[in-house]
Design a protein around this ligand. Sequence first.
Ligand SMILES: *Cc1c(COP(=O)(O)O)cnc(C)c1O
Length: 249
Amino acid sequence: MNDESDSAFSMQRPAPDSDRIAGHVRDIVDRIGRAALRAGRRPEAVRLVAVTKSVSVERIRQAIDAGVRLIGESRLQEAVPKIGALSGARDVRWHFIGQLQRRKVKTVVGTFEMIHSVDSVDLAAEIDRRAGEAGLQQDVLLEINAGREVTKTGFSPDGAADAVTALEAMPNLSVRGLMVIPPPGPDAEASRPYFRALRELARSLASPRLTRVRMEELSMGMSGDFEVAVEEGATLVRIGTAIFGERHG
Ligand SMILES: *Cc1c(COP(=O)(O)O)cnc(C)c1O
């Protein structure tokens, strides 16, 4: 932070919603834990990804102070300066969760611990190429278009097996599991069949013969349906609104 923004900040009163953000984080962690126990799972098996699109650095810092360690961004342009501003903050990791264009892959690789939104073999190949240039292994998840919505990207459930075969041959890619965004529904229960289908798809894709493809992560559940997702096996829940409030912009 430069001097100018520092002094501008010191003139402000403490952010009024600081306690509220911390309270929301505690409440969500608690609800995740109870949903896990209901399903006979360990609460530690589920990790919270705080989704910070349109959220300021100051408010992200408050979430970090409240214990958040994984941060999800879907807009690269917005994420890059925030990552810079928060680079001195504790041990936080960034996850990329939005649609990713090929020409932006270079920026994402290595900067984000995990890319949740690999939606084509072409995109995977570009990530593999850039990770190779950077000398690293990039963790990714395959986004599944479980609702078979034409407006949404992602692998069809039927196409996932072929994708896995293709990605297994990419040396700088480490496929860790699957991600889904169910179609909008009337309530949380409407998401359950999609979450269950994702878990079953992961089970059917897992194979000891695969070395670079593992099916240990299920990224599913957002503010409106994360408890159902945890009951159905989510290991990563992506939550924005329930932590930071409604987004403006
Ligand atoms: C914005 C976003 C979320 C968080 O949604 P909320 O309903 O605000 O919790 C989760 N996943 C993705 C991919 C998103 O873009």
